[in-house]
Design a protein around this ligand. Structure first.
Ligand code: HEC
Length: 472
């Protein structure tokens, strides 16, 4: 599951010399972690980090006050009318959004979305005394409580200096604000069903309505996330990532990738969580051929894919030791590695004469220099933060304002640019396979598991019906 149950950080060696660019807790803590990061205001001596911590702690503590916040006479949510369902639906979507944002690197839009959903999280609880019970008459206090949150949302929707927000996310904040202004009036119009003496299993929503509700909530979570994601395309260092889709069933590509990896990368990088034999078997390479062409002399087919360079001397040569690459496509994304390997360019100020747009000032030389040739910076179009290209408003020609917007090959390589891209694809495809050699098989087994669950569901539904048959 892509590191969601066995966290891949556990398989990485810590490097005391280097702080990771972006850390995230495991996903089941991320909704609260998002709140920690979402607080960017400072109040007097209290800095944003401390206030964020307070928000995170308050988000958990507030759950304990629930019995006093909820003033509804109906105990079961089933009888509380549509407004309650809407409030809870928004709440569920907010929580999912906060959770997803917590594992991503922050950007302007993501922070704004986290702020909106965080305010909703607190508004849900703090206005509960208002929306869980009707006032029967005009009570200004109710308008004041909800109005405060309404104003909070409107304030979030305002443009901020130096930030680029997506209009869609600003619109969400405006709608949330208006919703809270109107909340006390909506409560009066909410129709509750009288709760029966004894609550039974009927009177629920039914299967299809539950499913529809689930889809609506997921939709409410996914659409804003997409809107926030589309605006931050700089996921690969200073540039947007190129697209990459691994295909573990393409054995030919994997074989080519393995060959490139052994020839061009294993001079420095090991892959010591992987065995030669496993790779040979998975890639349909006969053992004799593998021993002849892949495995380093002196190593056995059953051995780990280790290298002879010691970490100590590697550190002396490159400043940073080349990390083991078995799990690199998990620690980074395959898109990242793919973009990284195609964005080396000549830079005389660096010890190896090259720099990288994805990994600024990297300590790695351009390993496939003889294949690609040496790219040199050339003026090119300016890529905007949403992945578009800046154009001249008069001629609609791209503005060539970026001194390193494109590359020109200073020296030719053994491959043409499309050939080189294809070779890097094969190489990263191989790395993606190595990070999860059972991906193909898991997918196959997963289908059987799902089929089994569907089969089981039928029997469980029948059994459930049998149990409740005589209960009225
Ligand atoms: C001459 C030695 C050398 C060769 C050959 C080499 N690398 Fe590296 N590589 C390094 C060093 C050193 C680093 C660490 C750079 C740093 O941290 O600044 C590195 C870093 C990396 C990283 C970044 C890892 C991370 O997450 O920080 C990736 C990915 C990578 N190399 C892939 C490759 C691939 C793929 C090849 C084969 C085409 C390759 N390298 C060949 C020396 C090398």
């Amino acid at each position: 599951m892509g590191g969601y149950f066995l966290e891949f950080a556990n398989f990485e060696h810590a490097n005391p010399l280097k702080t990771p660019e972006h850390i995230a807790p495991v996903w089941y803590f991320t909704p609260f972690y998002s709140m920690l990061r979402a607080v960017t205001v400072e109040i007097g001596p209290l800095n944003a980090k401390f206030l964020g911590f307070l928000a995170m702690a308050a988000a958990v503590a507030i759950l304990f006050t629930l019995p006093w916040l909820d003033r509804s006479k109906e105990k079961s949510f089933r009888y509380r009318g549509k407004l309650t369902a809407v409030m809870i639906g928004f709440f569920a979507a907010s929580f999912i959004i906060l959770g997803v944002l917590g594992v991503k690197a922050p950007s302007d839009n993501r922070t704004l979305l986290a702020q909106i959903t965080m305010v909703y999280y607190f508004a849900f609880f703090l206005t509960m005394p208002v929306w869980s019970i009707k006032a029967n008459g005009v009570k200004p206090l109710r308008y004041i409580i909800t109005g405060v949150f309404g104003l909070g949302f409107i304030a979030l929707s305002l443009p901020a200096e130096g930030k680029q927000f997506s209009w869609f996310i600003q619109l969400i904040a405006v709608i949330a604000g208006l919703f809270f202004f109107a909340l006390p009036a909506l409560v009066e119009r909410n129709v509750c069903k009288p709760e029966p003496e004894r609550i039974t299993m009927d009177g629920g929503m039914g299967f299809w309505r539950s499913l529809a509700l689930l889809l609506i909530v997921l939709g409410m979570a996914i659409v804003p996330l997409k809107a926030a994601g589309a605006e931050s395309a700089y996921d690969c260092g200073t540039i947007p990532c190129d697209e990459f889709k691994a295909d573990a069933s393409d054995k030919e590509s994997l074989q080519h990738g393995a060959k490139l990896f052994v020839n061009y990368c294993m001079g420095c990088h090991s892959a010591k969580y992987s065995r030669w034999e496993r790779v040979a078997d998975d890639l349909n390479i006969p053992h004799e051929l593998a021993l002849e062409n892949l495995v380093f002399s002196g190593q056995k087919i059953g051995g780990l894919m280790e290298i002879s360079m010691s970490e100590k001397s590697a550190k002396d040569w490159f400043g940073a030791p080349p990390p083991d690459l078995t799990l690199v496509t998990r620690a980074r994304q395959p898109e990242w590695v793919y973009t990284y390997l195609r964005n080396f360019y000549a830079d005389d100020s660096r010890p190896f004469g090259v720099n990288n747009k994805v990994f600024k000032n990297v300590g790695m030389p351009h390993a496939m220099l003889d294949l690609q040739g040496l790219p040199e910076c050339a003026p090119g179009p300016v890529v905007t933060s949403n992945g578009g290209i800046k154009v001249d408003p008069l001629t609609s020609e791209p503005i060539l304002g970026d001194p390193c917007g494109t590359y020109a090959l200073a020296t030719e390589g053994a491959m043409s640019p499309p050939e080189y891209d294809a070779a890097v694809y094969d190489l990263v495809n191989f790395l993606a396979y190595m990070a999860n050699p059972v991906a193909d098989e898991s997918r196959r087994i997963g289908i059987y598991v799902l089929l089994f669950l569907v089969f089981l569901l039928v029997w469980v539904v029948l059994l459930n019906r049998e149990y409740w048959k005589d209960v009225h």
